[in-house]
Design a protein. Structure first.
Length: 286
């Protein structure tokens, strides 16, 4: 393993080097691993942080989930599930960085979450909310690379442009790893379940997915649909081909795909408006 890759993994796995996480997270982690803990107990812990609670509720009411009626943290936990709320809480500080410094990536991530939601519902795949969350988090590794390897990011961008590479290819050349693998490391360090961490780590390569390949296929497809739509900015403009394995797993055909695309086009207007509302809300709170 390359020395730089080893060092990057060490940094990622050491959560103390990440952006400051809310103090409630360690308590929430402990409670979520306790079978006897109730939703109400966990909700009280999260609700003790008003800024975090507001952010989770805004995300829970986003077009990516489509509920529009989540008014309390306990309500969010019941509708979305504890894993989803925990993931949103853990990711809140990183989402804030994305909004302020990587608006294009933030909107790309919202778009992928929305596309994953639509695709999973259309194909009657269970655990839609968790799939949407995996879509929301799929590129979180890019944010960590930007935070921890700022010098390398400039070289990655240069190679994407001059050598006509996908971002992932350029990352591999410069860092001997890529954002999907880094995102997987981060998810593991947060003790997220495999059904979330696996789609994050494997959304570019379904052959690496073992236990949650169907969920990973949905996130893979959603990523490509959003790139093809031109919504947001994932770091490069090229749209890779759909992996055959994903197409076959999802049992897609041209008619189904056209229906998904049509629904997604209508929804992306809402996603753009939601992104603007989030930015205004954050500016007001600052």
């Amino acid at each position: 393993m390359d020395e730089r890759r080893s060092e990057l993994k060490r940094i990622i796995m050491d959560t103390k080097t990440l952006p400051t996480l809310p103090g409630v997270i360690s308590k929430l982690n402990a409670l979520s691993e306790n079978d006897k803990a109730s939703v109400q107990e966990m909700a009280r812990i999260v609700s003790s942080d008003q800024v975090l609670s507001a952010r989770i509720l805004r995300l829970a009411n986003s077009p990516s989930y489509g509920f529009y009626r989540v008014s309390t943290i306990s309500n969010a936990m019941i509708l979305l599930g504890v894993n989803v709320v925990k993931s949103l809480a853990l990711s809140s500080s990183i989402f804030e960085i994305m909004e302020k410094n990587s608006l294009g990536l933030w909107e790309h991530s919202l778009g992928v979450a929305t596309a994953a939601n639509i695709t999973a519902k259309k194909l009657n795949i269970p655990e839609v909310e968790e799939i949407a969350t995996a879509g929301l988090l799929h590129d979180i590794g890019k944010v960590i690379i930007g935070l921890k390897c700022a010098d390398a990011v400039l070289e990655i961008r240069r190679r994407v442009k001059t050598d006509d590479l996908y971002t992932r290819e350029a990352e591999r050349e410069v860092l001997d790893t890529d954002h999907a693998e880094v995102g997987g490391w981060l998810a593991k360090s947060w003790y997220l379940p495999d059904k979330l961490s696996e789609p994050i780590a494997c959304h570019h390569d379904l052959t690496r997915s073992e236990d949650h390949r169907l969920k990973t296929a949905v996130v893979h497809m959603a990523d490509l649909l959003i790139k093809a739509s031109g919504f947001g900015d994932s770091g490069d403009r090229a749209v890779p081909p759909i992996q055959t394995m994903a197409w076959e797993l999802l049992k897609l055909d041209e008619k189904l795909l056209a229906e998904i695309v049509q629904e997604l086009e209508d929804k992306l207007i809402e996603v753009k408006n939601f992104s603007l509302e989030m930015q205004i809300a954050d500016a007001t709170e600052a």
